[in-house]
Design a protein around this ligand. Structure first.
Ligand code: J9Q
Length: 203
């Protein structure tokens, strides 16, 4: 991320919504109408912030557990956008008028609970920025990943030196120099691992 910014590949800015609150205490949330737990993010500071930051080409994203699940293909789509504004909400949510009239896309990073959307936004930004041309050291590495479009399941196990550690040996085939056998072994291991850890990917 730091190298990408230094090289002018991405310009990442972090803003505090409170800077757009107009009341004395810079309040950005309030109790929910109709009652209930927790606080809801008020619409005015969010609209003011986005309207001051947006350009003609901005996509406005909201991090929320109610959103569309982040996938590699969604990250790829978003990496083509010139400008993204990522709104990080409370767990309890934001006033629904923000979603109806300001947000283009609601994104969840998975089915678990975080205290706030900023943690999810860091995940989203990382997944997008690493796809930008010139960010990865080896351009190959992005295409080789488990969830890249050219890979259906998980990656095969990897080993490095030493060839024996605490009596545990690296599979013989990987030391054989037989590239055909190595490729076959890796395909088999990848399928076995996908069956064990991610059967949903084989459906
Ligand atoms: C904003 N838990 O959870 C999973 N993806 C996003 C989120 C989230 C959260 C709380 C606030 C987003």
């Amino acid at each position: 991320m730091k190298r990408a910014q230094k090289n002018g590949i991405v310009d990442l800015r972090v803003h505090n919504l409170r800077d757009w609150a107009r009341d004395k205490h810079h309040i950005v949330d309030d109790a929910p109408f109709g009652g209930g737990q927790g606080m809801v993010m008020k619409p005015e500071p969010i609209f003011a912030a986005v309207e001051s930051l947006r350009t003609e080409n901005s996509g406005v994203v909201l991090m929320t557990p109610q959103g569309r699940t982040l996938t590699q293909s969604l990250a790829t789509e978003l990496s083509k956008r010139e400008h993204l504004i990522v709104i990080c909400g409370h767990y309890e949510g934001v006033d629904h008028r923000v979603i109806e009239h300001l947000v283009n896309l609601e994104i969840s990073i998975g089915d678990y609970v975080l205290t706030n959307g900023a943690i999810a936004a860091v995940v989203l930004v990382d997944a997008i920025v690493r796809l930008l041309p010139g960010v990865l050291g080896h351009q190959q590495s992005a295409a080789d990943d488990s969830f890249s479009p050219e890979s259906s399941g998980l990656e095969a196990p990897q080993y490095t030196r030493p060839a024996e550690f605490r009596g545990w040996k690296v599979p013989e085939v990987l030391l054989s120099g037989n590239h055909g056998e190595i490729a076959k072994w890796r395909r088999e291991q990848a399928i076995k691992r996908t069956h064990e850890n991610r059967p949903d990917l084989l459906d």
